[in-house]
Design a protein around this ligand. Structure first.
Ligand SMILES: Nc1ncnc2c1ncn2[C@@H]1O[C@H](COP(=O)(O)OP(=O)(O)OP(=O)(O)O)[C@@H](O)[C@H]1O
Ligand SMILES: [Mg+2]
Length: 349
């Protein structure tokens, strides 16, 4: 069995909440407490978070503002220590062996680029290669390759201060790939990009990094469209808890407690009327049945609302025993957006 690219095991992180008191009578004790930023309480940013990611997949960390996405990415990239729990990168503990882990995993954060404005893109990468201890000759070759790979060949010798947001993102990817890490963490990778650049960048990350190079990506976002487009699996994070995991459609379906379907039956002279389909409304799980004529044919349409555990066969058996011939079925699904809003509001009604 292959080792998972990443295992997050029961990670919990608290932050101290400090209140800086403003006081008019600045006596000595108040002064000290202001300087110290007196700790008042702790807030839980991550609460026993667990998930596993297999190599070569894109895992979306989807959550609203303040859910804990950046905190988790910082823990995984060894910038912040968890209060408890473990993160294993290809089986290696990120807290115990940060140097080994940083050879396998790199983060591209939303803030704090850390590039020198008066150096070119290439020089910035050279600077980081030195910092990462990559020997000069192999660094030169690697940087050349990465600049091409990240589609920055033409702007390699342009000063960083002239880089657009899109170019900056690509340079960040180049920097993250200097160590040839196989797990890449992206925090809101397309924020600040216009829709076309965002689509290009998504395509680049998914098609080139993941599909061609076999990298594993964690993609923190609150953008549902993006999550649905690029992620193989999603973990929904809310107030520090993972509240759902699965493929985008599994997450969508997990909260769909009601199913709505439209069953079209052939108009065959058996006159409808709501009472004509009484039998169906008595089937366990069916909560509503409405009928109407299809305006484009003589067919009859039944709008059936039911709970997820409804026995579909019984519906069709009942129709068949009534002499009705089913000619079409359509089931509506909730959108990922609906799922997300319901999940993160804690409203499953
Ligand atoms: N350094 C810190 N000190 C204290 N509290 C913090 C710190 N960093 C984050 N928090 C708090 O932890 C919680 C999670 O924050 P985090 O930045 O991880 O969320 P996020 O999901 O990345 O949100 P966003 O979508 O807004 O970027 C928030 O309530 C935030 O205020
Ligand atoms: Mg964030």
């Amino acid at each position: 069995m292959s080792v998972p690219a990443l295992q997050v095991i029961d990670i919990t992180k608290y932050y101290d909440v400090r209140v800086r008191r403003i006081t008019t009578s600045m006596d000595f004790r108040n002064y000290i407490s202001v300087l110290r930023g007196k700790r008042d309480r702790q807030m839980t940013a991550l609460d026993h978070v667990n998930f596993t990611i297999e190599p070569g997949l894109v895992f979306g960390l989807l959550g609203p503002n303040g859910a804990g996405k950046t905190t988790l990415i910082k823990i995984l990239s060894t910038l912040v220590l968890p209060d408890s729990g473990q993160a294993l990168v290809f089986g290696t503990d990120a807290v115990k062996h940060p140097r080994a882990v940083l050879k396998m995993l790199q983060a591209v954060l939303a803030e704090g680029w850390g590039f020198e404005r008066r150096l070119t893109g290439r020089q910035n990468l050279e600077f980081y290669a030195t910092l990462y201890g990559i020997p000069r000759e192999s660094a030169r070759k690697r940087i050349e390759e990465l600049l091409e790979f990240c589609q920055l060949g033409e702007s390699a010798d342009v000063m960083f201060q002239k880089y657009s947001t899109g170019m900056t993102r690509k340079l960040l990817v180049g920097r993250a790939l200097l160590t040839d890490a196989s797990v890449l963490l992206f925090d809101e990778p397309t924020s600040g990009l216009d829709p076309n650049s965002a689509a290009d960048f998504r395509g680049f990350l998914k098609n080139v990094l993941v599909r061609e190079r076999g990298k594993t990506l964690i993609w923190a976002t609150h953008n549902l469209y993006e999550a649905q487009q690029v992620c193989d699996t999603i973990g929904v994070l809310n107030k520090g808890h993972i509240i759902a995991t699965g493929t985008p459609s599994e997450v969508r379906n997990a909260i769909a407690e009601k199913v709505n379907m439209t069953i079209t039956v052939q108009g065959n002279g058996v006159e409808p009327g709501p009472e004509g389909f009484e039998g169906i409304s008595h089937i366990g799980g069916v909560t509503k049945v409405e009928t109407r004529k299809d305006p484009e044919s003589a067919n009859l349409m039944l709008a059936v609302e039911a709970t997820r555990d409804v026995d579909y066969n019984r519906i069709f058996e009942t129709l068949s025993s009534m002499g009705q011939k089913v000619v079409g079925i359509e089931a509506s699904q909730p959108s990922l957006e609906e799922a997300f809003i319901r999940l993160t509001k804690g409203d499953k009604s």
